[in-house]
Structure formats: C-alpha cells, structure tokens
Design a protein around this ligand. Structure first.
Ligand code: SF4
Ligand code: ZN
Length: 298
C-alpha cells in the first residue's frame, strides 16, 4: 500500500476519502483540513487569542496542539467538575500538557464556584448530572472567554453529526438552527468556534497517537447512558456500509441551514449577572440560589 501523496509506504487508510497515506502526509492532511475549516467559516485569525476548552480527552488536546502548530495563539481552560477519580486524572493530564507545550492554562474548580461537586450540585437541584453540567460549563466557559477573541471547543464531526441526527429525530428545530461550526459574538455571549467540525474522531485519535499526545482514555462515569452515544453508534453502523455518509450528511446540513425559525428568540441580560438569557434570571444564577437555599436544609 503506497501513500497517495509521497508514494512511500502508507500506514493509514482513510476509507471515507478513499485515501491511503503515510504518517507524515496524514499529519499535513489533518492540519490542512483544520486550517481550511477555520478559514472557510472565518472562525479566527492569526491575530486572535483563542481560549481553548481543554477536557483531558483526545479531542481537545489534539485541537490545542494543532491550532498551536498552525500558529494560533491559544490559552487553555479546564473546568474541574469534582467527579471522583475522573476529574483528578483529567486535571493532571491537562496540567502536564500545558507544561510540556509551555502553553498557558487556567483552571476553574466547580467547588469554588458552587460549593459542591457536579454530582452533589445535581443531587441538590434534583437533576441528572449531565443536564446541569452542560449548562454550568457553557456559562463558565463563556465568562472565562471574556478577555479572549473566541472560545474553541473540540467538537468533532462525529459529535456534530450525531447531535444533528438526534435533533432531526426529535424535531428540535430550534437546536438545529443554532448548531453551526461558528456562533458569532452577541453582547455577553462570546464567539464560539468548532474547528474539528469536519474532522472524524478516528482521525483525531490517529493524530493524537502520532503526535504522542497523552490523554485520558476513560470516559466520564456519567456518560454511559447518554443518548448521544446511541446516535453515534447508529452513524457508525451506517458509515461501515456507506463511507462518507457522516461527512456528506453534516456538510449538507451546514450548507443548507434548513431550520431557521421565523422569529429570533429574544434574549435579554440576566438581572443578576448580565449573561444573555431568555428569562429574567439566567439558569446559572437560579442554580446558585437553589444551592444556597438547599445548603441550610440538608
Ligand atoms: Fe458532564 Fe455529563 Fe459530560 Fe460527564 S458526561 S462531563 S457529567 S456532561
Ligand atoms: Zn445570571
């Protein structure tokens, strides 16, 4: 098997592109796709300073690594959710990556923010951890991006395609419209970018291996029952039979932007913190109130 680009021995077979590559050409191919994605959607420029949401997993590390190698100025942000052994492991890996690459990092601990771990926050709020966690992370990431030009997250093609599939199956048209590779700044809401939006997870894994990036392989213990995993599996079965279906499905969705609601949702600043929200008080401030009233009663 020969590399299609340099004719040396190929080690990688990208079925979705019908492309065989050697390791060195794969790395260049990978970087090129990220650069083209950031340029196509005008995500960021080399003058920008990017806040990078680092979780400890392969996707965010690979993104941090590749953006840095493409010449972007980046600074990491890690949110410690206080999940038993898992968060400690993630924190250690993120700190080690930042030290090895000499890239700045900020850590926000949820126990400093809300007084409890995410498990305990969810218990006191009578919610499942993931629904609280998503909202809390979005809030903190947005706030911490304040001094930066944008927030970059490691959402992959697999994430985006499976979320879109779930939204279509449930006819969540409002969510579909907001699902886009870049969300522009809107008053207190900072610009958000997803440079891996057209990059397969398995390619990210290969990149991380070749670039010798150490990451946490365990999944968050709360992720086991996530329906998003079911949609991902469904897509993987389709992709087995129809290589390219994931990419073409998601590319077409992005291109057409089918589901634009007739009326924009009216957002206004939260009365407590100024974060844009649909209600008078944002969900984060409501959660804080709930936790402070529950702390006396338990
Ligand atoms: Fe948070 Fe749920 Fe993801 Fe774990 S799986 S990090 S609890 S959203
Ligand atoms: Zn608020």
């Amino acid at each position: 098997m020969k590399c299609k680009l340099c004719k040396k021995e190929a080690r990688i077979n990208l079925r979705s592109y019908n492309l065989k590559l050697c390791n060195a050409c794969f790395i260049e191919f990978f970087k090129k796709r990220v650069r083209e994605t950031t340029e196509k959607f005008k995500m960021c420029s080399l003058k920008d300073v990017i806040c990078l949401a680092a979780s400890g997993g392969k996707d965010s590390f690979a993104l941090w690594d590749v953006l840095h190698k493409l010449g972007y100025e980046t600074s990491g942000l890690f949110i410690d959710l206080g999940i038993d052994g898992y968060s400690r492991l993630c924190r250690e890996k993120v700190v080690a990556f930042s030290q090895k690459t000499n890239l700045p990092l900020k850590i926000v601990d949820i126990k400093d923010e809300l007084g409890y771990s995410i498990r305990e926050v969810a218990r006191r709020a009578n919610k499942v951890p993931c629904s609280i966690c998503g909202m809390v992370k979005r809030y903190i990431m947005n706030r911490e991006t304040g001094a930066f030009d944008c927030l970059a997250t490691g959402h992959t093609l697999d994430d985006e395609a499976s979320v879109a599939l779930g939204n279509i199956l449930q006819w969540q048209t409002g969510y579909l419209e907001r699902q886009y590779p870049v969300l522009q700044e809107n008053q207190s809401l900072k610009k958000k970018i997803k440079p891996f939006t057209f990059t397969f997870e398995k390619e990210i894994k290969l990149y991380a291996q070749i670039a010798e990036i150490e990451y946490v392989k365990e999944k968050c213990p709360f992720s086991a029952n996530a329906t998003s995993l079911l949609y991902k599996k469904a897509f993987d079965i389709l992709e087995e039979r129809m290589p390219h279906i994931k990419l073409s499905f998601y590319k077409k969705l992005v291109k057409k932007r089918f589901f634009i609601p007739e009326e924009e949702v009216k957002l206004r600043p939260c009365r407590r913190c100024g974060y844009l929200t649909v209600d008078e008080v944002c969900n984060f401030c409501k959660l804080k109130e709930k936790l402070s009233s529950s702390s006396g009663s338990r």
